[in-house]
Design a protein around this ligand. Structure first.
Ligand code: CMC
Length: 417
């Protein structure tokens, strides 16, 4: 009989602290995919998957999406409180000051073939920032210096994303415009042409701002856990964020938004038969899944998807865009929500189901959807990395149960058959 301490969170979540279990009993816990494992005690984001609750630092996501801006939410996540007016102005001014990127970065960009996936380019460029700021290699510097790295990341990642977009298309790069707010500046750097000035549309800015806010943090998801575990070896913040970008790239995580639109286009190309694709997703012998459906923690609804669903109609109407993919998405959603397979497994549309439709309407290329997710998730990664370092958490190093060969003698090449 072993007595293990219980840990209780502010929202009455309960955990068993098994930190000493192995020392005392010789047992470890086994939990592939960490479905039931808490890796940390965090005060950044609260999520209740059964009730569909998501809060950043205690503030409901619905209120933040309606009333706040992405940069304000970034401040909230990173520093813990909504900023007072002056603090926000200072933060915004700091970010603007660092938006320019070293011209030599263009040489790195030019080295990528135009076929490069923008997520690979972004993670490489995020790592490349260490070369321009070598002092950042030491994550144990004073908090002021670490804060400069935080500001640089918030400032430069949108510039790098926009430059990678224009570079891949052979278009002259646009420089940041400090007169514009964070999201307007980003959109202008993406879409301004030498032949035609980009008019910033408030409807588009608002839609992108909401998408960024809804993606800004999601407690210990795959990419965030990656950022924390990489940072736990005292790797620098740029390298930790670059690792997060790579983790996000996968189609089961941030890459799902790209896969949703590709799936909808595939359904259209196959005559629009949604039933055929639902049957494929239900077939245990077919690896196909309905992209944009299901979530590891949301088992009733994804509150981010609820917000975006309401926005999608409004935005498409305001932009005067009628995407055929949206019609198919609606049919797919209706059919899946009535289907026993999806009901039993509690599979509902997630945030990626709708974000892709909105981004496509805005004119973001499909392979850049996960990149937009990265811009949104950036403050979350930073906040989680900062919290992990502040708590001086130990290096992340899970155990395993070994199930391979027992000890056996080496075989010479001649005797191997
Ligand atoms: N389509 C069809 N069946 C599914 C799906 C789906 N999208 N998702 C889960 N299932 C089935 C799965 O086959 C399994 O069935 P069974 O019990 O018969 O073996 C059951 O539901 C449970 O699935 P799981 O893989 O054990 O669940 P998980 O918690 O490990 O996976 C997930 C969660 C999001 C990876 C998964 O639902 C999925 O692959 N969804 C599609 C990809 C996607 O949209 N990802 C974006 C997630 S939201 C953005 C983010 O926060 O990253």
């Amino acid at each position: 009989m072993y007595k293990l301490p219980i840990v209780e969170g502010t929202e009455n979540e309960k955990g068993i602290d098994i930190g000493k279990l192995r020392d005392e009993s010789g047992y470890i816990t086994l939990d592939t995919g960490y479905k039931n494992t808490g890796s940390t005690q965090s005060s950044i984001t609260f999520l209740d998957g059964e009730k569909g609750i998501l809060r950043y630092r205690g503030y409901p996501i619905e209120q933040l999406a309606e009333k706040s801006t992405f940069l304000e939410v970034a401040y909230l996540l990173i520093y813990g409180e909504l900023p007072e007016k002056q603090a926000f102005e200072n933060f915004q001014a700091d970010v603007k000051k660092h938006q320019l990127v070293h011209e030599d970065m263009k040489q790195i960009l030019n080295g990528f073939p135009s076929t490069a996936h923008p997520m690979g380019v972004l993670s490489s460029l995020a790592t490349s920032l260490t070369a321009f700021f070598p002092e950042s290699l030491d994550p144990n510097r004073s908090s002021d210096k670490v804060n400069t790295t935080i500001i640089r990341l918030m400032a430069k990642i949108p510039t790098l994303v926009a430059w990678s977009y224009t570079n891949a298309r052979g278009i002259k790069t646009n420089y940041p415009d400090n007169k514009l707010d964070y999201v307007s500046n980003f959109l202008k750097m993406m879409f301004n042409l030498p032949t035609e000035d980009y008019e910033v549309d408030p409807v588009v800015v608002d839609a992108m701002d909401k998408i960024f806010i809804l993606h800004a943090d999601h407690e210990q998801n795959c990419s965030t856990s990656t950022v924390r575990i990489v940072g736990s070896s005292h790797a620098n913040l740029y390298a930790s964020v670059a690792a997060g970008i790579n983790a996000l790239w996968g189609p089961l995580h941030g890459g799902a938004n790209q896969k949703v639109i590709e799936m909808l286009q595939n359904i259209i190309a196959n005559g629009g038969d949604t039933k055929k694709f639902i049957d494929k997703a239900k077939d245990p012998n077919d690896p196909f899944r309905l992209m944009g459906f299901g979530h590891r923690v949301y088992k009733n609804f994804d509150p981010r998807a609820e917000i975006l669903k309401k926005q999608t109609d409004k935005i498409l109407e305001k932009l005067g865009v009628n995407e055929p993919e949206f019609e198919v998405a609606k049919q797919l959603e209706e059919a899946a929500l009535k289907d026993e397979y999806f009901i039993e497994r509690k599979l509902y549309p997630n945030v990626d189901f709708y974000s892709g439709i909105i981004m496509k309407a805005i004119g973001i290329p499909i392979d850049m959807f996960p990149v937009m997710f990265s811009i949104g998730r950036l403050p979350g990664w930073i906040a989680q990395w900062r919290e992990m370092r502040k708590h001086n958490e130990p290096i992340g190093r899970p155990r395993q149960i070994y199930v391979g060969e027992k000890e056996r003698p080496y075989k010479d090449m001649a005797s191997r058959s």
